[in-house]
Design a protein around this ligand. Structure first.
Ligand SMILES: NC(=O)c1ccc[n+]([C@@H]2O[C@H](COP(=O)([O-])OP(=O)(O)OC[C@H]3O[C@@H](n4cnc5c(N)ncnc54)[C@H](O)[C@@H]3O)[C@@H](O)[C@H]2O)c1
Length: 102
């Protein structure tokens, strides 16, 4: 399905943009994918985790401090099941390897 819209920037220039809605929707479908979010318990990471879960991803949050992410999981209701918490130091290879095994 194709869609077209015009953007008028309050100037004499109007830009016409075309895109395929089905293709666009597919780009945001993360069903069946696992996404690791480093620093995922922080301000930016937790919002990324929330958005990715909303797009169907299984999200692995890797963070030194996973405590704040527990509130995120709670706020997502049933979608909270899509988020797994891994306490680890992403700058430490052994710590990341250990998280990958759990
Ligand atoms: N928040 C903003 O508006 C903003 C804007 C521009 C840039 N940034 C940058 O983006 C990055 C993230 O910002 P934020 O606001 O989400 O910060 P934040 O402090 O809320 O989150 C960072 C997270 O990373 C975790 N972390 C730090 N070192 C780690 C390590 N070695 N292993 C695993 N986890 C680790 C922390 O525990 C924390 O949960 C920062 O570099 C910040 O400077 C933020």
């Amino acid at each position: 399905m194709a869609a077209t819209f015009a953007v008028d920037h309050a100037s004499e220039t109007t830009h016409h943009v075309s895109f395929d809605l089905a293709e666009l929707t597919k780009m945001y479908d993360f069903t069946g994918l696992v996404v690791a979010v480093t620093g995922g318990a922080g301000i930016l990471g937790s919002e990324m985790a929330r958005a990715l879960a909303g797009c169907g991803a299984q999200v692995a949050i890797l963070d030194l401090n996973i405590e704040p992410a527990k509130a995120l999981i709670h706020s997502l209701g049933p979608h909270g099941k899509q988020i797994a918490l891994h306490q680890c130091d992403v700058l430490n290879r052994d710590s990341v390897a250990k998280a990958a095994r759990t």
